[in-house]
Design a protein around this ligand. Structure first.
Ligand SMILES: Cc1cc2nc3c(=O)[nH]c(=O)nc-3n(C[C@H](O)[C@H](O)[C@H](O)COP(=O)(O)O)c2cc1C
Ligand SMILES: CC(C)CC(=O)C(=O)O
Length: 365
């Protein structure tokens, strides 16, 4: 059956993946209220198209920072763990597909392929020879280990660090409890978390530690470890966006971890306008959660995002067709965004503004 949409890819991924793996990818915390609300929030907004505005071709490129090479499109791969659960090529396949599309890959620290191998695959596949890669980090209580990870990411050509700050403890996911899914199956592990031992051989992967003891000082600490731009992922409150500004981060990443951490947290699209208001263009804003269509991307851009992260949608592509599936999902979303821009009379993302959206009275069923 041909795939018309991300929804079709999800259906096929569900058919192919073992139940526990599908549930790990698809699931959220507790009652999954936030998980569902992320996607529903897009239906609470309507697009308000403008007519007869010439836009024979649309420019989807976006620059997040001054003097930074633009991204080919405002759709980026949110960091997601364990790609080899979805497909044997794992993050290598994802990296190649994203690099070929000139799309940014935010690589999870919990990757099932080592970050150096991911970077090599991405740079080898990029048409320019230089892929766009950021590294997602859970700061570890062992700061020396954290610093070594950052140095490896720098050496491999990653261009920014994304510190995930929504996980002082790990969210409790009912589906994983029911399925008894608490660890990677034999043969797979978090390869980035291995380090050379005294004998030069790689040691076992270090477990990821979460810490509820962290404060804003970790941002300042990490800054001393690197000259890479720092992006804070997991911001939901305008007051925290202002604190992020004070701590001189380079971008704000609005996320509730795809509904996998605090159930009952708001849908990301619902907090975006208030955060965009206080940030007032001083920093780029990324947002993720529930993006399944190019029109979702357009709504997020209209409400103040500069780029939009996509998590599960790409995993469904990877599970269904490997790297080709990742490429297919990206192409679908890109094409849908391009069409939506044309139908709204916009020839570039600069023309996308809050005037393009209005509230819808009833969420669609
Ligand atoms: C299977 C899975 C694994 C994830 N792993 C990570 C991770 O390692 N680090 C992180 O910061 N976020 C992680 N996330 C959260 C994503 O970065 C992102 O916030 C979320 O997937 C966005 O929602 P969406 O899946 O609806 O697009 C994960 C999400 C999923 C679904
Ligand atoms: C391995 C986990 C740390 C990955 C994660 O962030 C998640 O499952 O949401």
């Amino acid at each position: 059956m041909p795939f018309a949409s991300v929804k079709d890819m999800r259906r096929e991924a569900r058919r192919r993946l073992p139940r526990a793996v599908f549930d790990f990818f698809a699931g959220g915390a507790d009652d999954e209220v936030t998980l569902r609300d992320n996607a529903r929030a897009f239906q609470r907004w309507a697009l308000l198209p403008r007519i007869l505005r010439p836009c024979p071709s649309r420019h989807l490129g976006v620059s997040l920072w001054k003097n930074d090479a633009p991204l080919a499109m405002p759709i980026v791969a949110a960091p997601t763990a364990f790609h080899r659960l979805a497909h044997p090529e794992g993050e290598l396949g994802t990296a190649r597909a994203l690099a070929q599309a000139d799309a940014l890959f935010i690589v999870s620290m919990a990757s099932t392929v080592a970050l150096e191998d991911i970077a090599a695959a991405a740079h080898g596949a990029a048409k320019s020879g230089h892929a766009r890669l950021w590294f997602q980090l859970y700061v570890q209580p062992d700061r020396a280990f954290t610093a070594r990870l950052i140095r490896r990411a720098e050496a491999a050509g990653f261009e920014a660090l994304v510190i995930t700050v929504d996980s002082p403890v790990f969210g409790r996911r009912d589906r994983d409890w029911r399925n008894g899914f608490f660890d990677l199956p034999a043969g797979l592990s978090c390869e980035t978390l291995r380090e050379p031992q005294g004998d030069g051989q790689l040691g076992p992967p270090r477990p990821i530690a979460f810490s509820a003891a962290f404060s804003w000082s970790i941002v300042d600490e990490v800054r001393k470890m690197t000259s890479l731009p720092i992006v804070l992922k997991g911001i939901l409150h305008p007051a925290d966006a202002l604190l992020a500004l004070e701590h001189e981060v380079s971008a704000i990443y609005i996320s509730n971890h795809g509904g996998r951490q605090l159930d009952g947290a708001p849908a990301t699209l619902d907090v975006l306008p208030a955060i965009a208001r206080v940030v007032a263009g001083r920093l780029p804003i990324l947002v993720d959660g529930g993006v399944r269509r190019g029109t979702d991307v357009l709504k997020a851009l209209a409400l103040g995002a500069n780029a939009v992260g996509v998590g599960r949608s790409l995993l469904w592509g990877l599970a269904t067709e490997g790297p080709d599936g990742v490429a297919r999902v990206l192409a679908m979303l890109r094409d849908e965004l391009d069409r939506a821009l044309a139908m709204c009379g916009c020839s570039s993302l600069d023309e996308v503004s809050p005037a393009l959206v209005g509230p819808r009275r009833e969420p669609l069923k």
